[in-house]
Design a protein around this ligand. Structure first.
Ligand SMILES: Nc1ncnc2c1ncn2[C@@H]1O[C@H](COP(=O)(O)OP(=O)(O)O)[C@@H](O)[C@H]1O
Ligand SMILES: [Mg+2]
Length: 256
């Protein structure tokens, strides 16, 4: 495995991380590093354990052994919401509750929750106005400025995915985890979604799972490859494209 790095500090790390579902080892001694400001893609065949790794990082799943470190601090035992408070945020699917709200109200609510108070906070008008301003700014960042008053459940699929990113940004992440953010989105819209992600502040570190190798190689500054739960390779897009084991086991002739 390549250990070359770009010199930026490691923000999120796993050490010998393991998880099994019954007899099936889905995460095998994974030593993974995400560095500050990286646009990091996690790739691998279906069932390779990509979503499982992201769920372990987010705290949705608990490892059987090994460690997860955020800014050097062990976070294995922290619940998902505690990780969010420390800046480790994964996107989540828009819930039915948000479906009937406008993007502006939904993101304003998320902003209030990130500030620590939720609905009661939202009712205080001064705070409300502040949250609305912040929400509008976030929606502008993800390119939804023309849709802030739409009804969320009727929005185009690609726009809903962008809203999910705005909701995650409302939590003020330092590390953003995305599991196939463009799944089911038409190609033109997924290009735009990746462009939006690429333009997020450079001090935000991003780890995402994506199947489309064209998008991956355009977007990523670093790529990790999982195969049967183990980290097969980690490196720059150039290193990964030339890695013989990766080509044989995964890329094949898809990325010539
Ligand atoms: N909750 C679960 N219980 C049992 N097996 C699971 C569970 N979640 C995932 N798996 C299995 O673990 C393996 C890895 O799954 P996953 O992490 O979703 O892969 P990927 O995201 O790379 O497609 C697969 O074989 C899958 O069937
Ligand atoms: Mg998956």
């Amino acid at each position: 495995m390549s250990t070359l790095n770009n010199g930026s500090p490691v923000v999120l790390e796993t050490r010998k991380l393991c998880l099994s579902f019954g007899a099936l080892k889905v995460t095998r001694e994974v030593d993974f590093q995400l560095r500050s400001g990286e646009r990091h893609a996690l790739i691998g065949s279906n069932g390779a354990g990509k979503s499982t790794l992201v769920n372990l990082l987010a705290g949705v799943l608990q490892p059987h052994s090994g460690d997860i470190l955020l800014h050097g601090e062990r976070i294995n035992k922290l619940a998902p919401f505690q990780r969010v408070r420390r800046g480790l945020v994964r996107t989540f699917q828009i819930s039915a509750l948000f479906g009937e709200m406008t993007p502006l109200d939904a993101v304003a609510l998320a902003v209030c929750q990130a500030k620590g108070a939720g609905l009661s906070f939202l009712r205080a008008s001064a705070v409300h106005a502040e949250a609305i301003d912040e929400a509008a700014e976030l929606l502008c960042t993800v390119g939804l400025v023309d849709h802030i008053h739409d009804e969320t459940r009727f929005m185009a699929y690609g726009h809903q995915r962008l809203l999910e990113i705005a909701l995650a940004l409302a939590c003020r992440p330092k590390v953003l985890l995305l599991d196939e953010p463009a799944a089911g989105v038409p190609l033109a819209e997924s290009r735009r979604l990746f462009q939006t992600l690429a333009e997020l502040p450079s001090d935000l570190s991003i780890l995402l799972i994506e199947h489309d190798m064209k998008l991956v190689f355009q977007f990523a500054t670093r790529i990790s490859v999982l195969a049967e739960g183990a980290l097969l390779a980690q490196g720059t897009p150039e290193q990964i494209a030339q890695d013989e084991r990766v080509r044989q086991s995964y890329l094949g002739h898809k990325h010539e």
